[in-house]
Design a protein around this ligand. Structure first.
Ligand code: ADP
Ligand code: TRP
Length: 331
């Protein structure tokens, strides 16, 4: 039997190249060898997105994004989290096996609580139970499909470890291998893609290069990358430049060494380095952008693709859920 690869993306905004290299591209590579199940984590997005129009549209944007990047819905089971009720029933069971202390240690919750403390607010101000129990829903997403490997960026590894903990404590309690224990699949070379300001590229830092922005916007965004005050004449170290580390993602090795030599020789300013980056990014992204625009032009067809995925996903989810309910004495 083929092994199972599963991952989800929260529809909280435009996809960016961090999402592409950290999550989408490695996931699509894995789909060549594994049975893949990829989904839109829309209930995870609801924790922060309370505007219905916006959420409705980001769900479609992220779905169209996956397809534009090459997901083949004939080969990959592709669905919305919210359309699989078995996930939420499993979440309830997992809750009974999840220590509250484990959730206290989750990065996202800890960061939000620390920020409140710093501001002198109540520790839990503005933190909803969806955020606090986020890792349990994510564990259910993973466990419900007997996932072997979960391709994600480095920031998500803690969540996968929590899913392992929860699955293992259930298996230990019933003294059987009822649930599969998943592994994180992190691609080391693209583990953290830097953003415009050199920090991790993230919507929350407002430092992203969007995947589907029109050419003009893409160019403007790349021109905003922060640089140091080195003059045009000064030789530059490509290994210390985030412009160059982004360039490496879009250029082959010959192009990389040619441009690295120009950095080192001096005489090339940051503006020119950005121009080279823009050309490489645009060359890669323009066909993807065209596909995206044409998918977004037919939302009913897109919804139908997701609905077909749901039909394939639910019986698999029901099997795993029933296996656990039987073991637990609920069925
Ligand atoms: P954001 O930080 O912009 O909110 P998400 O948390 O929605 O992004 O991430 C969706 C997926 O993309 C996750 O698997 C995450 O690990 C990956 N990802 C996001 N940003 C990056 C990045 N800068 N580098 C590598 N992977 C990333
Ligand atoms: N938490 C992930 C993120 O922020 C999204 C996600 C939800 C996910 N459920 C998942 C990823 C299950 C992998 C597997 O990016």
């Amino acid at each position: 039997m083929k092994k199972i690869s599963l991952t989800g993306i929260k529809p909280t905004g435009d996809l960016h190249i961090g999402n592409y290299f950290g999550a989408i591209k490695p996931a699509l590579e894995l789909a060549k060898e594994y049975d893949a199940r990829y989904f839109i984590a829309d209930y995870h997005a609801l924790n922060t997105m309370k505007d219905p129009k916006e959420l409705h549209s980001t769900i479609r944007q992220v779905a169209a994004g996956w397809l534009a990047c090459g997901l083949d819905p004939e080969k990959v089971i592709f669905y919305r989290q919210s359309s699989i009720p078995e996930v939420f029933e499993l979440t309830t069971i997992l809750m009974s096996f999840t220590a509250k202390g484990l959730m206290n240690r989750a990065h996202a919750y800890k960061a939000a609580a620390a920020e409140n403390n710093e501001k002198g607010d109540d520790t839990d101000a503005g933190i909803n139970m969806g955020l606090f129990t986020y890792p349990v829903l994510m564990a259910a997403d993973i466990i419900i499909f007997d996932s072997d490997i979960v391709p994600v960026g480095k920031d998500q590894v803690q969540h996968i470890e929590m899913a392992q903990d929860i699955a293992q404590s259930i298996n230990a309690n019933y003294n059987q291998q009822i649930l599969k224990v998943p592994q994180a699949g992190v691609q080391e070379d693209s583990a953290v893609i830097p953003g415009l300001d050199g920090r991790k590229m993230s919507k929350s830092y407002n430092n992203v290069i969007p995947l589907f922005a029109p050419e003009k916007t893409l160019r403007k965004t790349i021109m905003r990358i922060t640089t140091n005050s080195q003059t045009v004449e000064e030789p530059k170290n490509p290994d210390e430049s985030q412009i160059f580390s982004l360039y490496k993602l879009f250029a082959d090795t010959n192009e990389q060494s040619a441009l690295a030599a120009r950095y080192r020789a001096g005489g090339m300013g940051w503006g020119e380095a950005k121009e080279e980056l823009f050309n490489a990014v645009n060359r890669t992204l323009s066909p993807i952008r065209e596909r995206y625009d044409s998918i977004m032009a037919d939302i009913p067809a897109l919804d139908k693709i997701l609905e077909n995925g749901t039909q394939k996903a639910r019986p698999i989810a029901a099997d795993v859920l029933n296996r656990l309910k039987k073991a637990a004495g609920i069925l």
